[in-house]
Design a protein around this ligand. Structure first.
Ligand code: ADP
Length: 423
């Protein structure tokens, strides 16, 4: 009996121990399980938060992510932002391939498909610009980049990529281009107005330029009659007179041509030019102003200048403007010779300099001379130098002013050499 009792007792103890151990394990397990659950909850929470941040970042940067399966030719991942780029509601299910294709602008569809097929064949990265056309008429400009994803054995399985909405940037660029175009138009218009005003100021000069050859034509015509009226007409003398008439007629015609050229001028037309010719043309138009204001002009033109690629009328306008400004700056000078110098010079560009000994440029005005509407003249428009600067800059040159010691100002501008000559 004792043995039986001991056995029962031992078995009881063993069972109790087993149960206790099992219960201990259970509670240990439960404890670690609950730890695991809360860790997972935390991870899930982090994941959710990071997904929300990612979606927000995609929305802010207008960038959608996508994955394209090569075997099934289908989109297997498309972020909310990516679906928005195509005008799909992100809450609805994943569109089928044909729906994606239909949303690509018809004009870009073929090119896009070709690029994708090429990249699939080559297994290389691609970049692509295309438009999407939404059913409500919205057009989006998209820049897409794609990267191939390979499996363990090196086969191409997917393309993953990002698509960026460029619509706002494209619109801003188009608006900037349009406003630049309008600005240029307004400036050309203004340049035309100043040209006409300058020509108005130069009427006396121009009339003189035309009158001179006309007077010579008359004198030579009379001489011609005289040769012919002789008892034995001097045909050689008559011929010489007629030749002079033709020469003077041509000269008058050229002046008219120059004036008409300046008046009609609209778009910039660049052609290879000799700057010295342009200077001579401009000087011819301001002759009378020089005489009227008792200004002597020194011309120091470098011989055999290489040609520049420029618009003749525009360069002429710049030179006339600088010459007239120089003449006007010397208007009040009475204690010294009113001398204006125009010089052409070549280094790696062509340099044109106009120097006067007039009132000069005060330090406070030095920075403002080229600003639009800056003028110190009672009837001035303040557009001359600003237009000069814009003309010279569109020719790839630079314009600047310096004091001319002890009196006056020097204006310099450069024009790059015509490419073929520069080589
Ligand atoms: P405007 O002749 O109508 O005033 P510009 O743009 O040609 O317009 O010139 C702007 C200003 O620059 C002039 O009013 C004058 O104060 C100054 N300026 C231009 N050329 C000279 C010069 N050669 N000497 C001194 N000041 C000058």
């Amino acid at each position: 009996l004792l043995a039986l009792l001991i056995t029962i007792f031992t078995v009881l103890i063993a069972v109790t121990t087993l149960v206790a151990t099992f219960a201990g394990r259970q509670s240990e397990l439960a404890l670690s399980l609950s730890g695991e659950i809360s860790r997972r909850k935390c991870t899930e929470e982090n994941l959710r938060r990071s997904e929300a941040y990612l979606a927000e970042a995609q929305r802010l940067s207008r960038t959608g992510s996508w994955v394209f399966n090569v075997a099934t030719r289908g989109v297997v991942h498309s972020s909310e932002e990516h679906r928005r780029l195509f005008g799909f509601d992100p809450k609805e299910g994943m569109p089928v391939w044909d729906d994606w294709v239909r949303r690509i602008h018809p004009e870009d569809r073929e090119r896009m498909m070709d690029t994708m097929e090429q990249s699939i064949r080559a297994g290389t990265d691609f970049e692509l610009d295309y438009r999407t056309a939404h059913p409500d008429g919205t057009i989006k400009y998209i820049h897409a980049v794609g990267h191939p994803v390979l499996n363990a054995s090196g086969d191409l399985v997917e393309f993953m990529g990002a698509s960026i909405d460029m619509t706002d940037r494209k619109r801003a660029e188009a608006e900037a281009r349009e406003s630049e175009r309008r600005y240029r138009e307004a400036q050309a218009e203004l340049a035309h107005v100043t040209r006409v005003t300058t020509l108005g100021e130069l009427t006396a000069s121009i009339a003189h330029e035309v009158n001179q050859p006309l007077a010579a034509v008359l004198a030579n015509a009379e001489a011609c009659l005289h040769w012919l009226d002789r008892e034995s007409p001097d045909l050689d003398g008559a011929r010489r007179s007629v030749e002079w008439i033709i020469k003077d007629g041509k000269r008058a015609g050229e002046v008219i041509q120059r004036v008409r050229g300046i008046l009609k001028k609209s778009d910039t037309q660049k052609a290879p030019l000799d700057v010295n010719d342009v200077v001579n043309d401009a000087v011819a138009l301001v002759q009378r102003e020089l005489l009227r204001h008792h200004v002597s002009l020194r011309m120091e033109l470098a011989p055999a200048l290489p040609v520049v690629l420029a618009d003749r009328v525009e360069l002429q306008q710049v030179i006339i403007n600088l010459l007239i400004n120089g003449i006007q700056a010397m208007q009040t000078v009475t204690d010294r010779r009113r001398e204006l110098t125009i010089r052409t010079h070549q280094n790696d560009q062509i340099l044109i300099t106009v120097k006067d000994c007039g009132v000069g440029i005060s330090a406070e005005n030095a920075d403002r001379l080229f600003n639009a509407f800056f003028t110190t003249k009672s009837g001035g428009m303040g557009m001359g130098l600003s237009i000069c600067r814009s003309i010279i800059e569109t020719h790839g040159g630079r314009v600047w002013a310096e004091p001319n010691l002890p009196h006056g100002a020097v204006f310099h501008f450069t024009v790059p050499l015509h490419q073929e000559d520069a080589l």
